[in-house]
Design a protein around this ligand. Structure first.
Ligand code: PLP
Length: 373
């Protein structure tokens, strides 16, 4: 299949903008006429420092990140951050399992379990009145998309304000985030920012203590508390401008090229990108909702993700057969990557920023054609 004939709806790694890939392919072979490709240049070179600084400046600009926050570029994906946040602070299903593994169940309070509240399936956010918040609660998101910041976690400017961790792996760069309400925001680059291999952490500078006697490994060991591996220690990464050890500068470059293109396309920055994301999601959900006998959207209407439309195909009554036929017909039209997550099945159309409106229009036309055939 030719690249231009393929609209890829995979959940991540996601498709990258074709023009960014063309620039990156050149940079991979010979960056800026240096006779060496970017994957070969040292992470200690001024080239690497300039690319890192440019990424941080462009991300800050696009998302309006306050100067009281530090941007870290790390490795290990969102999964490593499930551990890093536990080590660097203390706190969704997989992350809480990591917390239990690292700290013991007595130190982990699950304020709300979206699965338990919805008969074992993700699809709803439990009502805030049912949450059991501990005094210094920490949280993240799981599966569905929060339409807005939860009222119970609003900071009040007191010492008891909750520590709030946001996992924005799926939605970063697609909506405005009230950054000051979060202690830490993290996301892997491979969905909306760039290629697989780098993870961005936006952390409140006040949470980056210098290593003192009170937080030294010796003290932590004496108290029986876990000691962060150096490569997951936010203070170490911050002090070394995210270049503590060898980082893929090529991936940092791709992410920055995506940001430069976004800044060029949207003078009102993330708000402009958000308007497009909402338009694409609206078309998808309106088309799915128009055929209730054929498609069943999984999450509740109030928390439907704009980035990941999960639905079942029920045409004819046999869901397995209907979904197989749906997927085969889609592939024949160049609509690929639509198979749902291996653990839950169904269909998942990931509608990330690199998918043009015309790509979603093509999927909507197929949804209509399949439903009415
Ligand atoms: N968090 C969310 C919301 C995700 O969607 C994913 C993966 O799809 C992850 C974390 C895990 O990310 P990684 O594969 O980068 O570890």
């Amino acid at each position: 299949m030719k690249r231009e004939d393929n609209i890829y709806f995979g959940a991540g790694p996601a498709a990258l903008p074709t023009d960014v890939l063309a620039t990156a392919a050149q940079a991979l072979q010979n960056y800026d006429n240096t006779g060496l490709g970017l994957a070969e240049h040292s992470h200690r070179s001024s080239i690497a420092t300039n690319i890192m600084n440019s990424l941080k400046a462009d991300l800050s600009n696009f998302l309006d990140i306050p100067s009281s926050y530090e941007i870290l570029v790390m490795q290990g994906g969102g999964s490593a951050q499930f551990d890093a946040t536990v080590y660097n602070l203390v706190w969704s299903s997989k992350a809480s399992q990591e917390a239990i593994r690292l700290l013991g169940p007595e130190h982990v309070n699950i304020a709300a379990d979206a699965k338990k509240a919805n008969d074992g399936k993700f699809g709803k956010i439990p009502d805030e009145s049912t949450w059991k918040l501990s005094k210094k609660a920490a949280m993240t998101v799981d599966g569905v998309e929060w339409p807005s910041f939860p009222i119970s976690l609003e900071p009040k400017g007191s010492d008891d304000d909750p520590i709030v961790v946001g996992d924005f792996s799926s939605t970063i760069l697609s909506r405005r985030i009230p950054i000051e309400k979060f202690s830490i925001i993290f996301f892997g680059a491979q969905k909306n920012l760039g290629s697989t291999g780098i993870t961005v952490v936006i952390v409140k500078k006040s949470l980056l203590p210098p290593v003192t006697a009170a937080s030294s490994p010796a003290t932590l060991r004496k108290l029986g508390l876990p000691i962060a591996p150096t490569t997951l220690d936010y203070s170490v990464i911050a002090k070394n401008d995210s270049l503590y050890n060898t980082l893929s500068i090529f991936d940092v470059y791709i992410a920055d090229e995506v940001l430069k293109k976004s800044l060029e396309s949207f003078p009102d920055k993330v708000d402009g990108q958000q308007a497009v994301a909402e338009k694409k999601a609206k078309l998808l959900y309106e088309t799915l909702d128009a055929y209730p006998e054929v498609y069943k959207v999984v999450p509740d209407k109030s928390v439907r993700s704009r980035m990941n439309a999960c639905f079942r195909v029920t045409k004819g009554g046999n869901v397995d057969d209907a979904e197989k036929a749906f997927l085969a017909g889609a592939v024949a039209k160049g609509l690929t990557g639509l198979k749902g997550h291996r653990s839950v099945g169904g269909i998942r159309a990931s509608n990330y920023n690199a998918i043009p409106e015309s790509g979603v229009q093509k999927l909507a036309a197929y949804l209509k054609e399949f439903a009415t055939a």
